[in-house]
Design a binder for this molecule. Structure first.
Ligand code: ADP
Ligand code: MG
Length: 255
């Protein structure tokens, strides 16, 4: 296990993420309907389901990019939904990677990885660069630290975005369809990096349409539809032998 991956956020058997009765409404429309889900330290949970089922909203509630309407969310020992929690502090422990890479276009790869370390974590430039280089190595891009984002392929840019997130030393990582914006031939290199992270013991929640990845890497697969968790379990069960007819219908469309 890598030293930069914390195996047990909270230092106990407490789940890394505990989602309890989570409700999220946008105006009158309830898009998450009492979601209960625990993710344990070192576990990889893949969230699958049709477009509009609430997958992104669920992920965004975990680090409070969306404010839950009801229910509780714990990250390690800290309740995200406690009005007194220091959101910025807790959020720092959570890495997030989106479909769009959102790199700073005017900064080199190395600078993209050091700015937040220096500004937010108050690391020295030297320390930040050392950590950045370790993480570029981890995603196979050590040789591109002086490149600008526009000089890289989409797959390389997404790997830089992952390395940037890792450079903040997160306890857990959230991925929202990290390969959906990529040309098909670039998907594999990003999934390979994610698979490497998983094998190092990183706690991960991954929204994905890549069923082969989910089958291969997920400890648990969660199928969402209409704001509910319809079915969850080991990949071989949920993808290989789904019990619910809505899961079966979804998989019939995507497999
Ligand atoms: P998924 O990621 O599974 O495609 P989302 O979580 O993005 O689903 O969306 C779930 C539902 O919530 C959709 O019906 C979507 O239109 C709605 N929704 C998402 N974000 C907002 C928002 N900011 N305002 C209003 N409705 C939203
Ligand atoms: Mg989404």
């Amino acid at each position: 296990m890598s030293a930069s991956v914390s195996a047990r956020p909270g230092g106990s058997d407490r789940p890394a993420i505990s989602i309890q009765g989570l409700v999220k409404s946008f105006g009158p429309i309830e898009v998450l309907k009492k979601i209960n889900l625990d993710v344990h330290a070192g576990e990889v949970v893949c969230v699958i389901g049709p477009s509009g089922s609430g997958k992104s909203t669920l992920l965004r509630c975990v680090n409070l990019l969306e404010e839950p309407t009801g229910g509780k969310i714990f990250v390690g020992p800290d309740e995200m939904t406690d009005p007194d929690v220091d959101i910025d502090k807790v959020r720092r422990r959570i890495g997030m990677v989106f479909q769009q890479f959102n790199l700073f276009p005017h900064l080199t790869v190395l600078k993209n990885l050091t700015v937040a370390q220096i500004k937010v974590l108050k690391r020295s430039k030297g320390e930040a660069e050392k950590i950045a280089r370790e993480n570029l190595e981890r995603v196979g891009l050590a040789h591109r630290e002086d490149a600008f984002p526009a000089q890289l392929s989409g797959g390389q840019q997404q790997r830089v975005a992952i390395a940037r997130s890792l450079s903040m030393s997160p306890e857990l990582m959230l991925f929202d369809e990290p390969t959906s914006a990529l040309d098909p031939e670039l998907v594999g290199e990003v999934l390979a990096v994610m698979k490497g992270l998983a094998s190092e013991g990183m706690t991960m929640m991954v929204v994905t349409h890549e069923m082969a990845f989910a089958r291969d890497v997920a400890d648990r697969v969660v199928f969402m539809d209409g704001g509910y968790v319809v079915e969850e379990g080991p990949a071989e069960q949920v993808i290989g032998n789904p019990q619910h007819e809505r899961t079966q219908a979804f998989l019939a469309r995507v497999l």
